[in-house]
Every structure is written in structure tokens, then in C-alpha cells.
Design a protein around this ligand. Structure first.
Ligand code: ATP
Length: 193
């Protein structure tokens, strides 16, 4: 869920020797591709580009958050590029790489779960998540609700998960749990191979 600590926990996996692909960052990066930029301008006009020639992420967000059909159209353009960037990041693996991590709020919605051996759900109360994004990003509760409504309901995500990490407070405890999960995933893979 939004503000649950996916990126915080992904960075713990990174510190343990995993390669992390951040789907949101890759999506932002893909918006600056020339081909994608041209397609977006053809759909929505020059106003979606800043005076420096970069795609204006806030303008795009304003279009797609109010209109599901536009959001789906954007996703079908951007998702293949996000997968390619992710693939390039994973290609940098060495013998010491422990696992590949996809940090993505829309993991299941985008079908990226099919590439995964394990799914980790970050369990945090709605109240805490809203408090976190209010203080870290200055979002209003309405903004939070609007964005969350565009995602699969949390119970559906939780149902698909192999591991659930509670991230309400103490990050040391979470760090310990993350280490255990990584070991468990690696053991399961060893047994399979
Ligand atoms: P989004 O879905 O919006 O990308 P996210 O799930 O990746 O968010 P983070 O960006 O990792 O979440 O965390 C949201 C905010 O909460 C950040 O400011 C982060 O530092 C803070 N945070 C994460 N975990 C904890 C914790 N255990 N205690 C206190 N603050 C936390």
C-alpha cells in the first residue's frame, strides 16, 4: 500500500546484496524517452512538457488520476519500457548478487508478480500510512485516497503474498525480519534447483 515502506524495505534488501528495480523511478525515467514523449504530446498536447523539454510528471498525474481510460493508455505505453529498464538493472548481477527485488506499488496490477518467486506484503495500518505521507510528501488525505483507489484493494494484494512484514515502528525489527525472509527465499530456491 501507499506509504507502507516498500522503498525503505527494498533498501534493506539492497544492503543485503540484492539488486532493486524501483518501478516508480523507472516509470519516471521512461517518460523522458523521446518516443514516449512524442506519443504523450500527440495524445495530450505540448502542455505536458515543461519549458526545459522534460515531461511534466505532475501534468501527467493530473490527467490520469481523473480518468481511468487515460491511465490504462499511459500504462500500456510505459510498462514495456519499465520492464526493459528493470531487465537492464538485473543484467548487472554478479556471482554475489543474492536476489532481484522489484519495488512496485502496482506489482500485481502490472503483471510483474508473474516474474517473482516470492511476494512480500508490507503490512501497516491506514492511519500510520496516511500520517507518513502527510509528513514526508505533504499529501492531503484526499490525495492519498485518490491514489489508493487506483490500486488493487490491499486484501487482494495480501492474499497473493508469500511473506507479510509489519512495518509500524521499529526498523531494527524489520531489518531482522527482512534478513530472515531473504534467507528463506534463497533456501527455497536452492531446494527447487
Ligand atoms: P509509496 O507507495 O508512496 O512509494 P513506499 O511504500 O515506498 O511509498 P516509503 O517511501 O518507503 O514507502 O516510506 C514512506 C515514508 O515513511 C518515508 O518517509 C519513510 O522514511 C517512512 N517510513 C517507512 N518506514 C517507517 C518506519 N518503520 N517508521 C517510521 N517511518 C517510516
Amino acid at each position: 500500500g501507499i506509504g507502507s515502506g516498500k522503498s525503505t524495505i527494498a533498501s534493506m534488501f539492497h544492503a543485503l546484496g540484492c539488486i532493486v528495480a524501483n518501478a516508480d523511478e523507472n516509470a519516471k525515467q521512461s517518460l523522458q524517452d523521446q518516443d514516449i514523449k512524442e506519443q504523450l504530446i500527440a495524445w495530450w498536447g505540448e502542455n505536458i512538457v515543461t519549458k526545459d523539454g522534460d515531461v511534466d510528471c505532475a501534468a501527467i498525474a493530473a490527467i490520469v488520476f481523473d480518468d481511468e481510460s487515460q491511465r490504462l493508455r499511459l500504462e500500456s505505453l510505459v510498462h514495456p519500457r519499465v520492464r526493459k529498464l528493470q531487465e537492464e538493472q538485473f543484467q548487472t548481477a554478479t556471482e554475489t548478487t543474492k536476489a532481484f527485488i522489484i519495488d512496485a506499488p502496482l506489482l500485481i496490477e502490472a503483471g510483474l508478480d508473474e516474474q517473482c518467486d516470492a511476494i512480500v506484503f508490507i503490512n501497516v495500518s491506514l492511519e500510520t500510512r496516511i500520517k507518513r505521507v502527510k509528513s514526508s510528501r505533504g499529501w492531503t488525505e484526499e490525495e492519498f485516497n485518490r491514489r489508493e483507489a487506483a490500486q488493487l484493494p490491499l486484501d487482494k494484494k495480501r492474499e497473493k503474498a508469500d511473506y507479510v512484514v509489519t512495518n509500524e515502528g521499529n526498523l531494527d525489527e524489520v531489518q531482522h525480519t527482512v534478513g530472515q525472509i531473504l534467507e528463506d527465499i534463497r533456501m527455497r530456491q536452492l531446494k527447487k534447483s
